[in-house]
Design a protein around this ligand. Structure first.
Ligand SMILES: *[C@@H]1O[C@H](CO)[C@@H](O)[C@H](O)[C@H]1NC(C)=O
Ligand SMILES: *[C@@H]1O[C@H](CO)[C@@H](O)[C@H](O)[C@H]1NC(C)=O
Ligand SMILES: *[C@@H]1O[C@H](CO)[C@@H](O)[C@H](O)[C@H]1NC(C)=O
Ligand SMILES: *[C@@H]1O[C@H](CO)[C@@H](O)[C@H](O)[C@H]1NC(C)=O
Ligand SMILES: *[C@@H]1O[C@H](CO)[C@@H](O)[C@H](O)[C@H]1NC(C)=O
Ligand SMILES: *[C@@H]1O[C@H](CO)[C@@H](O)[C@H](O)[C@H]1NC(C)=O
Ligand SMILES: *[C@@H]1O[C@H](CO)[C@@H](O)[C@H](O)[C@H]1NC(C)=O
Length: 853
């Protein structure tokens, strides 16, 4: 309907001049009146000229016929006597006749002038008169007045229907209406037509703006006042603008700690109110929702609700906002063996973060691909790990691998490093025994590498102890170890294609001694030694048993010096009978036991030379002191350390000395038992004279001298009775005295022998005779019947005739477990013992040998 009106513009010509349709007038000479027609248009209030012939007639009459009537009324005439204007003319306007013509000019034309004007014109009244009737149809038009615009609703709701009316008071039709719409600074024709009303169905927001209408007719055109139309609408579905903008298939995303602005825009009139909802609960009222420092917990659904309070309408839009946050800290790198220790797996882990960080393994700043030695690369987004599998035997590069982690929420990347390297040393095999001695443990370790090496044992008879990392301990029950056969430890590092090995060969200990037979003179301290041949697998303590088969520990007689490798037994103050014999030294280890024996021979010192009393004489007649001199028969150059000068009573024969009343205590003792010898000990072997004092003058004494070589007493000399100074003694008396003295000497010798042989049973007597102190007893005494080769005092010597003079043997034991360096291809412990093996004990001996590869 509106469209029908559009485009119908027309041009209005505001002429007020009458135009005759003056087709050629033929004067009819047949006395006929000529009729001519013309149409003239005039505008109210303006002027119009009505023509009556081209030339001025002699007489004329202008008449007017009002439309709808038939009456013809005169307006003005001139019958030759001047112009006569009728009263009627006043109703038509201000009328006057144009001079020298019959045309009339009507100014200030009135609407009443609308009608038919007739001019009856007469010419040539002198000759043949001619009559003309000119019909002039005058149309008086009214210009349009200023229209005014009406709207049914100046604030319609979008979609509703309104009308606009262009009201017009005056104006000759046809009138054309044009509605003009002014919006955004430009004016456009909205509708046009001959209807003063425009219907707008389905008003929309584009219709808002200023309107006016223009009414036009043949005379003029007038514009109305302006009216504003404002369409009420909305809110439309909101637009949400997220700043900073980042849209993914997950929705919008923000980085943690960023400031995020949510702007909601919904087209609406009047303007909407905005409300924000987070996960369906109201969070904020307003158009700009600013989340400063957004956190991961702020992720979720954000909805904007726009509300048009006037229309009571609302609309809503929801977006989902994802917050990216980095994992904490930095990635951690680790290295582990893979594929049964044939390959290396580098693990880079950086848990947390959303989305998963990206992890990249590089070496020497180059990414690791298959060419660079990566056998496989796998990234697990769920666990945030990147696993790089290296090719077997890869020892290229410097072994430094870097895992770089990057995350969109972090400006900088962060990295961790790990190294791969072969253990610097070789695997180490060690054997040791548990404290309870129940178990033997073979330990193999190869540490210091990255990743860890795999270590496993292979023993004799297919005994296997499966692989463990870094170290592996094979436990054997005590006594179940196989002697002599190697236990091999294999150690495999992923960076090496070949496994390394070290070996332990178990052997029972072997004991050695320097001398199987030790001879020593009586009275000395002697040391028997016993040591392990090699540094064996842990052995028990070395134990010494004495000649009675008794463990020597904790006795004063013996002192024991012991280390793990040897045990020295010292027998103190040796005695021939007590200490001679076979001593045993024993030990064992997990593989077996061993012992060796050492024979100790305690010998007496050799006999000193014979001595003879050369002079025995009282010093004076007082008979209290006797001076003695003697000689030594030392043709054989025997050792001599001193002398014992002895004296004793000579028992009185009955009747010979009547002074029995004078009997001393000594005399009484003598009668009761054996004769008692009183002794003077002379320590100087070079002395040959001595004076014995404090003698009883009335008693007869006998003297003898016994040479001494340490503990060995020589033959007592012949007994002598002291002589009176310069007094002759009756030979009979002397002979009797000598006989008595000889008897006594033999008895004393027998007593001494008895005492020395049985000193244990008669210790007091022995000590009385030979001295109590040990210092004194260093004067060792041997009996004459001992046949002894001269030896250094206190020294040891091999018994020359011994069938086994060779060194004797022992086995190793380190206080710490023995360690074997695999670098040396030969076992460390196989030291040769001093003289060869001809005298090795028969025991099974097992050395620990280690061979590295
Ligand atoms: C309309 O015409 C009448 C009579 O001719 C006149 O009185 C009136 O003022 C005119 N109205 C306008 C708006 O021109
Ligand atoms: C406008 O609507 C009215 C009533 O609904 C109707 O009478 C009139 O004819 C319509 N005018 C046009 C131009 O469609
Ligand atoms: C309003 O005008 C714009 C452009 O002028 C147009 O894209 C839009 O569709 C119009 N709206 C309606 C409801 O007609
Ligand atoms: C909001 O919704 C998201 C997605 O449904 C959910 O992951 C998040 O935990 C919710 N947040 C709260 C605070 O409920
Ligand atoms: C792992 O390696 C060892 C030594 O190379 C081998 O004895 C063992 O059978 C291997 N195990 C597997 C499952 O391949
Ligand atoms: C023990 O005997 C060994 C010889 O077997 C000797 O080398 C060592 O010095 C002795 N130790 C002591 C403390 O005497
Ligand atoms: C030493 O004296 C004893 C007994 O008096 C005698 O048997 C021995 O032959 C003597 N020895 C020497 C070398 O004269």
């Amino acid at each position: 309907m509106v469209a029908q009106l559009l485009g119908l513009a027309f041009i209005f010509l505001p002429t007020s001049l009458v135009t005759f349709n003056t087709h050629a007038v033929q004067i009819n000479h047949n006395w006929e009146v000529v009729y001519l027609d013309a149409s003239v248009y005039g505008v109210v209030g303006k002027a119009v000229i009505l023509e009556c012939g081209a030339t001025s007639p002699d007489m004329y009459i202008w008449s007017f016929t009002k439309p709808g009537t038939e009456a013809i009324k005169a307006v003005v005439y001139d019958l030759g006597k001047g112009i006569r204007i009728q009263k009627l003319a006043e109703k038509l306007g201000q009328l006057r006749v144009i001079s020298n013509s019959a045309a009339v000019n009507i100014e200030n034309l009135s609407v009443a002038a609308h009608g038919l004007f007739t001019c009856q014109a007469f010419y040539d009244l002198e000759g043949e008169p001619k009559v003309y009737y000119y019909y002039v149809h005058l149309t008086v038009r009214v210009p349009v007045s200023k229209p005014y615009l009406l709207m049914s609703d100046a604030s319609p709701v979008e979609g509703s229907r309104i009308w606009m009316r262009c009201n017009l008071d005056n104006g000759t039709g046809p009138v054309n209406y044009v509605w003009k719409h002014e919006a955004h600074g430009s004016v456009s024709a909205f509708a046009q037509g001959n209807s003063s009303v425009v219907n707008v169905t389905n008003v929309n927001r584009n219709h808002s703006g200023w309107y006016h209408c223009v009414a036009s007719n043949a005379v003029n055109s007038e514009a109305s006042n302006r009216l504003k139309l404002e369409t009420m609408f909305g809110p439309d579905t909101p637009d949400i603008v997220v700043t900073p903008y980042s849209l993914t298939d997950r929705g919008y995303l923000a980085l943690e700690r960023e400031t995020v602005t949510l702007l909601c825009q919904a087209q609406s009139n009047p303007t909407s109110q905005y409300f924000w909802f987070y996960n369906n609960s109201e969070a904020y009222a307003g158009q700009h929702f600013i989340i400063s420092k957004i956190l991961r917990k702020d992720a979720g659904d954000y909805a904007c609700l726009a509300q048009n309070t006037q229309l009571n309408t609302r609309s809503k839009k929801t977006i989902s906002l994802t917050v990216y946050y980095p994992p904490d800290g930095s990635p951690t790198c680790s290295v582990a063996a893979a594929r049964n220790h044939t390959s290396v797996r580098l693990l880079c882990s950086w848990p947390g973060g959303f989305p998963s960080p990206s992890l990249q393994w590089t070496t020497d700043l180059k990414p690791l691909g298959r060419e660079e030695g990566a056998a496989g690369l796998q990234t697990n987004k769920l666990t945030n790990t990147a696993i790089l599998l290296l090719k077997e035997g890869l020892t290229t590069t410097n072994g430094l691998f870097t895992c770089t982690g990057s995350h969109s929420a972090l400006k900088q990347t962060t990295a961790c490093e790990t190294r791969t390297y072969i253990p610097p040393a070789d695997p180490v095999c060690v054997a040791y025994v548990t404290n309870t001695k129940q178990y033997l443990m073979l330990s193999c370790s190869w540490n210091g590498g990255a990743p860890n090496a795999l270590v496993w044992w292979e023993g004799p008879n297919g005994q296997v102890k499966g692989g463990e990392e870094v170290s592996n301990i094979l436990i054997l029950r005590h006594g179940t170890a196989h002697g002599g056969k190697p236990y091999t430890c294999h150690a495999k590092h992923p960076l090496l294609t070949q496994a390394k090995t070290c070996r332990l060969t178990l052997e029972a200990p072997v004991l050695l001694t320097q001398h199987r037979t030790v001879s020593v003179y009586e009275g000395t301290d002697v040391q028997l030694n016993c040591n392990l041949r090699a540094n064996y697998l842990p052995v028990d303590e070395i134990t010494w048993f004495n000649n009675q088969g008794v463990d020597v520990r904790g006795t004063a007689k013996y002192s024991l010096l012991r280390t793990s490798a040897w045990a020295n037994l010292t027998v103190r103050d040796t005695r021939e009978t007590q200490d001679s014999g076979e001593y045993r030294c024993a030990t064992s280890n997990a593989v077996g036991g061993t012992e060796i024996s050492v024979t100790l021979e305690v010998k007496r010192h050799p006999m000193p030379p014979n001595a003879t009393l050369a002079k025995v004489m009282y010093n004076s007649r007082l008979r209290t002191e006797v001076h003695l001199e003697w000689q030594v028969d030392n043709k054989e150059k025997r050792d001599l350390t001193g002398f014992i000068l002895e004296h004793s009573w000579v028992p009185e024969r009955p009747g010979r000395r009547s002074s029995s009343s004078n009997k001393s205590k000594e005399e009484t003792e003598e009668r009761i038992g054996q004769p008692v010898w009183y002794r003077n000990i002379i320590h100087d072997p070079d002395v040959r004279a001595h004076t014995v004092g404090k003698l009883t003058p009335t008693v007869t004494y006998k003297f003898r001298i016994i040479p001494v070589n340490r503990r060995t007493l020589g033959h007592p000399s012949a007994v002598k009775t002291p002589a009176e100074p310069r007094i002759n003694v009756a030979p009979a008396v002397i002979g009797a005295a000598i006989g008595g003295m000889l008897f006594a000497a033999i008895a004393i010798a027998l007593l001494l022998i008895f005492l020395i042989r049985n000193r244990n049973s008669h210790p007091r007597l022995h000590d009385m005779l030979f001295g109590l102190h040990h210092s004194q007893s260093r004067e060792n005494i041997n009996f004459p019947e001992d046949e002894v080769a001269r030896a250094a005092e206190g020294g040891m010597e091999d018994s020359g005739g011994s069938a086994s003079p060779g060194p004797t043997i022992a086995l190793p034991r380190a206080s710490s477990p023995l360690t074997i360096s695999p670098q040396s291809a030969t076992p460390t412990f196989s030291q040769a013992h001093p003289h060869g093996d001809d005298n090795d004990p028969v025991n099974v001996t097992i050395t620990v040998k280690a061979v590295g590869s």
